[in-house]
Ligand binder design. Structure first.
Ligand code: 5GP
Length: 162
């Protein structure tokens, strides 16, 4: 049987604190956290609170459609962050996992054109990642189950409502 890596909500709580600690210990003080939706939203929210950064932005990048089902290229979907918001800022890009690293590379390169400094924080980094993230909680080669995407979609039950 295929072995997977499972991140529980509880483990995510300590993972995000430890990731924030690594950023703080490094002396990096971001002006804003840029999350990559959707998985990165959880990471960015947690890092924002832990590091006392209230300025959070979102970028939408689609790559995967399921387990090991990938599009050929990651694509940037709207809303694309306003370049003015990024200009001369120290940006911390937050995502759940760098797998091929193509998603983070796209975002990193987009930012690099505008910002003063851009660094990346992820919970997991896989060895093949094209981007070496500045802050990584764990490294794995396995497929990871995240708590926010491990359950089935929530749908209306036949008995619900009136
Ligand atoms: P990359 O562009 O680095 O190949 O892929 C990044 C995105 O693919 C992640 O933000 C995540 O949405 C998805 N992804 C890659 N590897 C995994 C994995 O092991 N588990 C899950 N659940 N998603 C993954």
């Amino acid at each position: 049987a295929e072995v997977r890596e499972e991140l529980t909500w509880e483990l995510f709580g300590s993972a995000s604190r430890e990731l924030a600690q690594a950023v703080a210990d490094d002396g990096f003080e971001p002006d804003l956290v840029l999350s990559i939706a959707r998985g990165g939203l959880f990471v960015a929210g947690a890092l924002g609170y832990a590091l006392e950064v209230k300025n959070l932005h979102v970028m939408n990048v689609e790559f995967y459609t399921g387990v090991d089902q990938r599009l050929d290229l990651p694509v940037m979907l709207p809303p694309v962050p306003n370049a003015v918001d990024l200009t001369r800022k120290k940006v911390l890009v937050a995502d759940d996992v760098a797998d091929t690293g193509a998603t983070l590379k796209l975002v990193h390169d987009f930012c690099a054109e505008h910002v003063a400094e851009v660094r990346c924080a992820v919970i997991y980094e896989k060895p093949r990642s094209a981007v070496k993230c500045d802050y990584v909680w764990r490294r794995t080669e396995r497929w990871i189950e995240f708590p926010w995407s491990s359950g089935p979609p929530v749908r209306r039950r036949p008995s619900a409502g009136s």
